[in-house]
Design a protein around this ligand. Structure first.
Ligand code: NAD
Ligand code: DAU
Length: 336
């Protein structure tokens, strides 16, 4: 049995990871440590909550005493660190919690992992650490890091801290840098769920700048299969880019959502651009494909339709969210 500390497992990607992997594997015991911030939601984990190979702990990765206690109690030998403050716009409104959770929290996990001699530490990083691309080219693992937002700079610090623990202490670290995810249980502050939910509610769709910023989209299950592949087979000390070669300007995705939901394009509203808005991200994932044999399984067309339909069917899930703390954030961010 592999005792794995999964942090941030009540968020979008972490909960999809836990639900998926517990279906696939009976040799993983997962201890999910999550602070349940605004983005953490135990409802995401309904499929796993009764699984005998799963336990939940409500707590902060910055709490060194708690983290030490959990390593000792559960004889943890593996860590997958999803926990983070993850939204760029919120990091622009206030950065402190980003540096605290993403940098200090990761350093607490690294120190404890070193003390307990873990066998693998997977740091879930992001392609945003590379900065922004021009019209041509792709991010490879050899690109220099050039993060532009408080969020991405905090993720770059955590990513480099993890690699430094490998270099200095020989901690068996692997780092993944993935592109933009979409799928079920994504918090409505992010582009795709925000546009789906606003369309369903006949609310304006706020498009930053000219809508021509490009993101490279991957279905969350493909990301999670890649994470497990790197977790099992990735060479320690290495970085693996993850992406599905699906670049799209934001405005195209928004029009696609409107078309699928049969809503009019005049819901689109161009608004003030995000400060420091990265123009284009695009991932070269040839390293994980050739070295570890991973490749994306879902086509964009199939998975985006599945995702939109999931939000249509799961109004109960998102309507609770958009009426709470999110409403205050929305009014502040979009000045409505
Ligand atoms: P999310 O915001 O949906 O979830 C984050 C989770 O972390 C929440 O459950 C939250 O409660 C928890 N958390 C926050 N602070 C914590 C703390 N101090 N201690 C314990 N738990 C804490 O984020 P997500 O979109 O699921 O992203 C997960 C990870 O993947 C992040 O590290 C993010 O940087 C990375 N990533 C995300 C994307 C994407 O497109 N969403 C792409 C690449 C990488
Ligand atoms: O690339 C990986 C990153 O993708 C992850 O590391 C981050 O955690 C994740 O949040 C995501 O960051 P982005 O900033 O790319 O995602 P977001 O959904 O916030 O925005 C996607 C694009 O849509 C971006 O160009 C900004 C634009 N946008 C976003 C919002 C919320 C709008 O035009 N209007 C909006 O209201």
């Amino acid at each position: 049995m592999k005792n794995i500390l999964v942090t941030g497992g009540a968020g979008f990607i972490g909960s999809n990871f836990i639900n998926h992997i517990l279906e696939e594997r009976d040799d993983y015991f997962i201890i999910n440590l999550d602070k349940l911030t605004y983005a953490g939601n135990l409802e995401n984990l309904k499929p796993s909550e009764k699984n005998k190979n799963y336990t939940f702990v409500n707590g902060d990765i910055c709490n060194s005493e708690l983290v030490n206690y959990l390593f000792e109690k559960h004889k943890i030998k593996y860590v997958i660190n999803f926990a983070a403050e993850s939204h760029v716009d919120r990091s622009i409104l206030g950065s402190e919690i980003f540096y605290r959770t993403n940098v200090v929290g990761t350093s607490v996990l690294l120190d404890t992992a070193r003390k307990f001699e873990v066998e693998k530490f997977l740091q879930v990083s992001t392609d945003e650490v590379y900065g922004s691309l021009g019209k041509e080219g792709l991010f490879t693992e050899n690109n220099s890091l050039s993060p532009n937002s408080p969020y991405s700079s905090s993720k770059a610090a955590a990513d480099l801290a993890a690699l430094s623990f490998h270099h200095t202490y020989g901690l068996p670290v692997v780092v993944t840098r993935c592109s933009n995810n979409y799928g079920p249980f994504q918090f409505p502050e992010k582009l795709i769920p925000l546009m789906i939910i606003n369309s369903l509610n006949d609310k304006k769709l706020p498009v930053y700048g000219d809508g021509m910023n490009v993101r490279d989209w991957i279905y969350v299950i493909d990301h999670n299969i890649a994470i497990n592949t790197v977790f099992e087979k990735g060479r320690v000390g290495e970085v693996y880019n993850i992406g599905a070669s699906n670049e799209m300007p934001n405005i195209e995705i928004i029009k696609l959502v409107l078309k699928h939901l049969e809503k009019p394009e005049d819901l689109i509203q161009f608004v003030k651009d995000r400060p420091g808005h990265d123009r284009r991200y695009a991932i070269d994932s040839s390293k994980i494909q050739s070295e570890l044999g991973w490749k994306p399984e879902f086509s964009f067309e199939e998975a985006i339709n599945k995702t939109i339909d999931w939000y249509v069917r799961n109004k109960d899930w998102w309507s609770k969210i958009i009426s709470g703390e999110y409403l205050k954030y929305y009014e502040k961010q979009y000045k409505m």
